[in-house]
Ligand binder design. Structure first.
Ligand code: ADP
Ligand code: ZN
Length: 521
């Protein structure tokens, strides 16, 4: 194949207007398209909603030959297929769910396809390589390219099969696309897919119209009702399990007077489709969903995204909250978290195979830092994605109501030694009693009133004990035991030895008042 000369800028603009109906490019789209049209392999890191599809669809229309798109999910491919065809692009998918294989193959061989979507596992089949060699390939686009990296949050071994296929067509440019890649993952994607370092293009990640807030969870239904009442527009609530989704949807529908529907992978496909369609069409509906909801949904006017528990990672958080305010209007993202979220996440960590444990643990720690920070949330987020944002954004909870950071090292040592001296088997309730000097039956029976830590809590420490325990669990210094107790973990020994400090955010007033009261009883 001899490379055809790249289309001139006037041709590119005309195709942008005629095929897609857009009057101009957005953000880094033009840089990406220009590189691709000139045959240079590229990794484009663009946030969700930034318009990644255009960066391969436009070249697919302009270049001679077919653009082969690798995509991890059949549902995603079919969404893309529909919208490409709606724009008059000659597109097809080759998946196990397609019945029109023969037509697709004929069209491809005849050079009549602009776009051909395939799943990554197809790449390793020799017959497929032969098929590709039988026609002209203009471009390989690799969507969700972070799937190729073990550092990424969604590693898929099948993506590793792509490299030999790509290398079999050395003159065909590669365009890798992802919304979510920290520094490590980016470097890894470049290496795995054989793209030169200067082929990296990163779009700005800031979503200035989203107001971020992260709060401790107490009574979640009441807290979510508060968010719904304050935000009359459409909203998404992410809950960790299907059962939680169902239960919250029911409670919130009864308590808020809004239309609230559930969405999770356990619902019948037609129910899911119906609920999703209702949400997309609605101006005030609330969808309570697992993370299964949201991919490929084009609803620009989502006014709030709430999390009833922690997301899987900062990447996940960014992606899920990023579904709010695509239209640029003010929107909010509120997360409610509890120590038990981290307990569960750490349990799951233990089940992950060893190779992935380290990166998973780092991901969890990065999330804990975002949650525990007294700094600007947006700044922490953007730094995570490799940007250098201003120290304060003025549009997140910590900027709007600056929080106090207190040195809780002494209290942390008291709590950790209580954990240690009681044998690392008891939960916070019992530890609290020991530290406060409460003589209930269990305390007496175990002889815990004889310990040096019995009753050593000072009055002013009582109201922050719970927040401290939560912070220590987020940080990994306290880890859950199998039977619901707490044990030392992470840097607990350094804290006990006085070699590490523990700074925590002063808990909200409400929580302090309640704790203070119960401690007095
Ligand atoms: P991503 O894959 O990056 O999440 P999409 O490719 O789905 O984003 O595009 C998001 C939305 O932005 C779509 O509705 C798309 O039509 C729109 N869009 C993309 N590029 C442009 C542009 N240059 N001008 C206007 N709208 C655009
Ligand atoms: Zn801020």
């Amino acid at each position: 194949q001899t490379p055809a000369p790249a289309p001139d800028p006037a041709q590119v603009r005309a195709a942008l207007q005629e095929t897609f109906g857009f009057s101009g490019f957005r953000g880094v789209q033009d840089q990406v398209v220009e590189r691709v049209l000139n045959g240079h392999s590229t990794l484009a890191v663009m946030p969700t909603g930034a318009g990644k599809s255009l960066t391969y669809q436009l070249p697919a229309v302009l270049l001679e030959g077919t653009c082969v798109v690798v995509s991890p999910l059949i549902a995603l491919m079919h969404d893309q297929l529909r919208s490409a065809r709606a724009n008059g692009i000659r597109a097809a998918t080759l998946t196990s769910a397609d019945a029109d294989w023969r037509e697709t193959l004929d069209a491809f061989r005849a050079g009549q396809l602009d776009l051909l979507y395939i799943a990554p596992e197809r790449a390793s089949q020799p017959a497929f390589r032969d098929l590709l060699a039988s026609s002209r390939i203009a471009l390989f686009a690799i969507d969700e390219a972070h799937c190729v990296s073990e550092w990424g949050h969604d590693f898929r071994p099948d993506y590793r099969l792509l490299r030999p296929l790509l290398d079999a067509f050395p003159h065909v440019p590669r365009l890798a696309l992802t919304a979510t890649a920290d520094h490590h993952t980016r470097q890894d994607i470049l290496a795995q897919l054989g793209i030169a370092e200067d082929g990296l293009i990163v779009a700005g990640f800031d979503r200035p119209n989203i107001r971020y807030a992260i709060r401790p969870r107490d009574s979640i239904a009441r807290q979510l009702k508060g968010v719904i009442d304050e935000n009359p527009g459409p909203g998404i609530i992410y809950a960790p399990t299907r059962a939680r989704v169902e239960q919250l949807a029911e409670t919130l529908a009864a308590q808020t007077g809004r239309r609230v529907l559930p969405y999770h992978a356990g619902l019948a496909p037609e129910v899911r489709a119906r609920n999703q369609a209702a949400f997309v069409a609605s101006e005030d509906m609330v969808m309570v969903a697992t993370v299964a909801f949201g991919m490929g949904i084009d609803k620009p006017d989502v006014r709030f995204v709430a999390h009833a528990g922690i997301p899987k990672s900062i990447e996940g958080y960014y992606q899920e909250t990023g579904r709010a305010g695509r239209d640029g209007d003010p929107s909010v993202a509120v997360m409610f978290w509890g120590a038990d979220d981290f307990a569960r996440a750490r349990m799951r960590l233990a089940e992950v195979d060893e190779a992935r444990q380290q990166s998973e643990r780092q991901r969890l720690e990065a999330l804990a830092r975002l949650i525990e920070t007294a700094d600007c949330r947006r700044a922490v987020l953007l730094r995570h994605f490799g940007e250098s944002p201003p120290a304060r954004c003025g549009n997140c909870d910590t900027c709007l109501e600056p929080v106090d950071v207190i040195d809780a090292t002494t209290l942390a040592r008291k709590l950790l030694s209580a954990v240690y001296r009681t044998g690392q088997t008891y939960g916070l309730g019992h530890l609290e009693k020991v530290l406060m000097g409460v003589t209930d039956e269990r305390v007496l029976q175990r002889g815990h009133d004889q310990l040096s830590v019995f009753g050593i809590l000072r009055e002013e420490e009582k109201p922050i004990l719970k927040a401290l325990a939560r912070a220590l669990q987020a940080r990994g210094s306290l880890v859950p035991t199998e039977h619901g107790g707490l044990a030392l973990g992470g840097d607990a020994r350094d804290i006990l030895k006085g070699e590490a400090a523990v700074m925590i955010v002063r808990p909200p007033k409400k929580e302090r008042a309640r704790r203070g009261r119960s401690a007095d009883q």
